[in-house]
Design a binder for this molecule. Structure first.
Ligand code: AP5
Length: 217
């Protein structure tokens, strides 16, 4: 199953992608996670990406397209993948189409998770992320069992640099300008399904499963 999760920052793409990867044993390909790990390791790509990420801007298309091209060629993508945070521009969507054609694959569903701006701000400012395994939490909506510690690996929870309110507002503006046009793009390809992203994490997962395989959790 080859899926794209589309939606503004804080819509719940990462949260839902992690549940899908466990259920279907397919990898989550999060360009944000890959870039954050490159920044942490101070690779050449990470150093290039950092200033864009800190300001809430998009990292240049050629960098992220290269990341996804390498990742999709890995053997664990043979039975499917969940793309989380990619594509984010029409140029990235065109590049994806081309790389999948080269691999003899197709996108089966593009799920657009829709959440109002005010809810997004609340989600992002309350988000905490595990430094070790990257799992996301929310201080009120999805808290860890022990404050500050990841339930899965015991890692330290931290607040992402780009989750400050001023950067978040810029990320939302960038989404509207550069990523929202993908809704029309995928509608035209008859791949787009919209999902109401408000409700419990489980309810939203159920809506996703209803679409992708007509089953429930
Ligand atoms: P990225 O890491 O992709 O960030 P994003 O798209 O802004 O998305 P987020 O990770 O903020 O949100 P999410 O939708 O995954 O929500 P989550 O599940 O965490 O990108 C970061 C940066 O990297 C970009 O700004 C850019 O610079 C660069 N980048 C990445 N990809 C790129 C690309 N393709 N091209 C160019 N640049 C790129 O949930 C959010 C919070 O809400 C959590 O606390 C969660 O616990 C909570 N929550 C989730 N679901 C619910 C619910 N149903 N109810 C209540 N709370 C909920």
């Amino acid at each position: 199953m080859n899926l794209i999760l589309l939606g503004p920052p804080g819509a719940g793409k990462g949260t839902q992608a992690k549940i899908l990867t466990k259920k279907f044993a397919i990898p989550q390909i999060s360009t944000g996670d890959i870039l954050r790990s490159a920044v942490k390791e101070q690779t050449a790509m990470g150093l290039k990406a950092k200033s864009y990420m800190d300001s809430g801007a998009l990292v240049p298309d050629d960098v992220v397209v290269g990341i996804v091209k390498d990742r999709l060629a890995q053997p664990d993508c043979a039975n499917g993948f969940v793309l989380d945070g990619f594509p984010r521009t029409v140029a990235q969507a065109d590049a994806l189409k081309q790389m999948l054609a080269g691999l003899g694959k197709l996108i089966e569903h593009v799920l657009s998770i829709e959440v109002d701006k005010e809810d997004l701000l609340g989600r992002i400012t309350g988000r905490r992320t595990c430094r070790s395994c990257g799992r996301g939490y929310h201080v009120a909506f999805d808290p860890p069992n022990v404050a500050g510690k990841c339930d899965e690996c015991g890692g330290e929870l931290y607040q992402r640099d780009d989750d400050r309110e001023d950067t978040m507002r810029n990320r939302l503006a960038v989404y509207e300008e550069q990523t929202a046009p993908l809704i029309a793009y995928y509608k035209q390809e008859s791949l787009l399904r919209s999902i109401k992203g408000v409700g419990s994490i489980e309810e939203i997962q159920r809506s996703i499963l209803n679409i992708i395989e007509g089953c429930s959790v």
